[in-house]
Design a protein around this ligand. Structure first.
Ligand SMILES: [Zn+2]
Length: 316
């Protein structure tokens, strides 16, 4: 049986590179296997990881709180991360759909660069500088409102600001993907109204199963379907947790539910390296663990790879 391919819409490798101490994982290079972390090259190869979106996380931890970094610092972080992964010769950056197609013929893992939150931009035109450096996925928000749009944690009742509207009109003309994973419902509604292309929720769960802020209700699922977008079902513990327990089965139930509503719009966004390592996450400890579930539960290709691949071919 040929191995299934995985397109991971949200793999926080850059967070692991910079903040392993927040993740309860030791920092080691990626070419050695270590089952006490979410993944490494031996695990990625074993599981069939083929394409991953890796976001540069543009916040820093200062005096016990997360604050946006400055615009210039973002590029330092990007450079440092790229220098690190270039050591392994196993990754290849993907910037357009031709490179996306070509990766299938190679033995490399394709990385599409993204950013999780736009607080560090000074003005909408800064987008072009990110495009020049290969950023293709634009997460409008992380958990802190920006001058462009509001986040899941907002206390406001507004979505896009005036500058935010200018920003998305720039994005609309570019070969990029907009990600609303951490955006408020107000931002979501404004995007539906003003942004004409499909968009994604890269690492979210299903509200009907778990009432968590990052999980999506049926109305959002239906809208994503209408707009031809993708939802990356996530392993983020809060999104799939019931009474302090995290299990693969809770994630699987979300998949079964969402499948009825929007089968062609489902993907995978593990969020591995974006949360703490924990031995008790039954069936979801790391990439290798997940691979066993792929086999046992015969997870379909459309979920693991095809839907996401199709949309990225269309958009980048
Ligand atoms: Zn996130």
């Amino acid at each position: 049986m040929p191995k299934k391919k995985i397109f991971d819409l949200h793999l926080d490798l850059e967070v692991y590179f910079r903040y392993p101490e927040f993740l309860n994982m030791k920092f080691k290079n990626l070419d050695v296997v270590d089952f006490k972390r979410h993944g490494d090259l031996p695990q990625f190869k074993r599981a069939g990881l083929k394409i991953a979106i890796v976001n540069i996380f543009p916040f820093e931890y200062v005096n016990n709180q997360w604050l946006p970094i400055k615009f210039n610092k973002f590029f330092q972080r990007l450079d440092n991360f790229l220098k690190w992964i270039s050591k392994f010769n196993a990754f290849r950056l993907i910037k357009n759909n031709k490179e996306l197609r070509n990766i299938l013929e190679s033995n490399k893992i394709g990385i599409i660069l993204g950013v999780e939150g736009l607080n560090f931009l000074n003005q909408p035109d800064d987008i072009y500088k990110l495009i020049d450096r290969g950023i293709r996925v634009f997460g409008l928000n992380w958990n802190i409102d920006s001058k462009f749009s509001t986040s899941l944690k907002t206390t406001s009742k507004n979505g896009l600001t005036k500058d935010g509207l200018r920003l998305i009109k720039i994005l609309e003309k570019l070969p990029v993907v907009v990600d609303l994973a951490h955006s408020s419902v107000y931002t979501f509604k404004d995007i539906v109204k003003y942004y004409k292309k499909p968009f994604i929720f890269s690492h979210n769960g299903i509200k009907r199963e778990v009432d968590f802020e990052q999980n999506l209700d049926d109305e959002i699922l239906k809208t994503v379907k209408e707009r031809g977008g993708i939802i990356g079902l996530t392993f983020l513990p809060y999104a799939i947790q019931k009474k302090d327990k995290v299990s693969f089965l809770y994630w699987y139930r979300q998949f079964l539910y969402a499948r009825k509503l929007c089968k062609d719009n489902l993907g995978l966004g593990t969020d591995f390296f974006g949360f703490k390592f924990n031995n008790n996450y039954k069936g979801l400890i790391n990439y290798c663990d997940f691979y066993k579930k792929i086999i046992t539960y015969r997870l379909p290709n459309y979920l693991l790879f095809d839907n996401a691949f199709r949309l990225f071919i269309e958009l980048i």
